[in-house]
Write a new protein. Sequence first.
Length: 130
Amino acid sequence: MAGEISDWIALTAAVTSFIAYLEAKKANKTNDAIEALRVVIDASEETQTYLQKRAEGLERDRETEYSLAAKWSTAGFLMSRINKELSVRLSEKSRFWREPETWSSEQINEKNISLVSVTGDAKKLMESYA
C-alpha cells in the first residue's frame, strides 16, 4: 500500500512537471511569435514610409532598399519557427527588395508578397496570439 502511494505521488509529480514544461514551452513560442510579428510590422511600416516618399518624388535609394531586404530577411527567419508559409513569403519579399527591377507584377502576385498581403496575414496571425 505504501509503495502504491509513493508511486502515485511520483506519477503526480511527473505529470505536474510535464504540464509546467508544456506551459513554459507554449509561453516561449508565444514570445517568439510576438517578436517575429513585431519585426514584420516594423519592416512593413518602414517599407510603407519608403514607398510614400518615393510617391512624393524621392529618388530611388538602393541603401534603403538593401536595408528593407535585410529587415524582411530577418522577419522571414524569425517567422520560420511560427509559420513556414509566411516565412517563405517574407524571404521572397527580401529577395524582391534586393533586386526589385527583376520582378514582374505576375511574380509578385504568384509569390503572394505584396505589402498588403504579407502585412495583413501577419496581423491576422497576431490576433491569434493576443
